[in-house]
Each structure stands twice: as C-alpha cells, then as structure tokens.
Design a protein. Structure first.
Length: 257
C-alpha cells in the first residue's frame, strides 16, 4: 500500500518527518516531547503537511476519566452519549398513568363490604331483595372502565325458583328507593346513573342454598368518577326466604382496562 493512500490524513507528512529525524538528529539527539509533537500526525511541516490536518476546530480534549460537557463534532457527540448513559433516557409517548401493564389482563372480584338484611315475609314482584349495595374498588382506577363478566348471588334458602334481576348503577342512586321487601323506584334524577339490568339466567339448588348466576356478560362499564359501582337486586316473582340474613354472598367479576 502506498503512502498516497493516506493523503488527506497527514500520515505521509509524519512518515517523512520521522525518516528525516532518524537519518539526522535522531542518531544522537534525545526523543523529547517537542520532537514527538513535531513527528506526530498534525505536526508542523510546512513543506509536506496536509493543509487541513485531522483535528476538531473547537473540540474539547477527552481525558479518559470523563467526557467534556460540551464541544462540537466528535467530542460533542461522545459527550451527548456519555450524558445519556449517566442520566435518564426520555421516552416518546409516555404513559398517562404509572401503570406498567399486566400480561394476560386482570380480573377484579368485587363484593359489598357488608350484606343487607332480608325479610321472612313474602316478597312481591318488583320488590327489592335487601337494600342497595356498593361494590368498592370494582374498577382499577378512578373514572376507569372494564367489562362485567360474571355476577352471582347466593341465598341460604334452598330450592328457590323465582326470577331475579340486578340493576347496575355507575354512581350512588341516592334519590331512589331501594328498601328490602318494598317496590324499587328509580327516580328520574338517577336514571342517567343506570348502567343496565342483568337478569340471572341460571338458578341452581345447592341443597344448602340457591345460587343465582349471570355469566359471560361482557357488559361494558365506564365511570365518570370513582372506582365503585352500585347494584340493587329486584325480584320478578314472589318468593319467601327462610331467614333475615338469607343473602350469603354477592360478587362480580370484572375484567378491567
């Protein structure tokens, strides 16, 4: 490979200076820092040096211990990389909330903190079973959304066959009447809070009680505030229960976003 390959890189000038120094002063003189500066690439040789030696016009030196805080060209580029590696990387399209996500989704089982009392007197169609119930933390975040998948009600009286509905609310139906063994009345002030009505399509006699189920509903829910939903149970026939604590369990499975 000829020295011409290095034209524009100033290696040819350095080679000529080294050869001249060895043949002349280098035979007896000491190799000093000044000599080294003259022999290195970018040294001073008006006759042979490339007019534009390899150097950064405003670049800061790299010490090996730390990169410079600024600079242009190569040193500036390296400084930027050094800064990012030592700090934090910014993201594009950052999440709107601190939630990393969950592989496979998430199901929340929501249930009332306490179950309302029931009556041993005969119910009429349209009567409430217990009072309104609040399912606390049914959605993952305030104003969140999800899908009601399953709703179950367990009663201690066995062999029940009366149809049962659940009215779902996105907020407390405070102005409505939901009183055990009395007709349910949803007032106009609460109508916009109604999510919908779920009918329990499966009724199973368990021997020691009766299980009402509504499954695979995929009913969408979107709250405007809070994480809770409310429900009211309504008879569509006229059953009679055996105890005043006949409600054994009320639970909802909700697939949350």
């Amino acid at each position: 490979m000829s020295w011409g390959y290095f034209e524009g890189r100033d290696f040819n000038g350095a080679a000529r200076r080294l050869k001249a120094w060895i043949a002349g002063a280098g035979a007896t003189a000491e190799y000093t820092p000044a000599v080294k500066a003259d022999l290195q690439v970018g040294g001073v040789d008006a006759a042979e040096d490339n007019a534009v030696p390899i150097a950064e016009a405003a670049g800061a030196a790299i010490t090996g211990a730390a990169l410079p805080t600024g600079g242009v060209g190569l040193t500036g580029w390296l400084s930027a990389i050094w800064s990012r590696l030592g700090g934090s990387l910014s993201t594009v399209g950052a999440a709107s909330e601190a939630h990393l996500g969950e592989v496979g989704g998430r199901i929340i089982r929501a249930a009332p903190a306490a179950l309302p009392a029931t009556s041993t007197a005969a119910y009429a169609s349209g009567d409430a079973l217990g009072s309104k119930m609040q399912l606390v933390g049914a959605l993952r975040v305030a104003g969140g959304s999800g899908y009601l998948q399953d709703l179950t009600v367990a009663l201690k009286t066995a062999g029940l066959t009366a149809a049962l509905d659940a009215i779902l609310f996105r907020a407390d139906p405070a102005a409505s009447t939901v009183t055990d063994n009395a007709a349910v009345v949803v007032t106009t002030a609460d109508l916009d809070k109604v999510i919908g009505v779920v009918s329990f399509t499966r009724i199973s006699n368990l021997g020691g009680g009766t299980l009402y189920e509504a499954n695979q509903l995929a009913r969408s829910i979107k709250l405007s505030a809070g994480q809770d939903i409310w429900l009211a149970l309504v008879w569509r026939a006229a059953p009679t229960l055996g105890t005043t604590t006949d409600l054994a369990a009320v639970s909802a499975n909700i697939a949350v976003d």
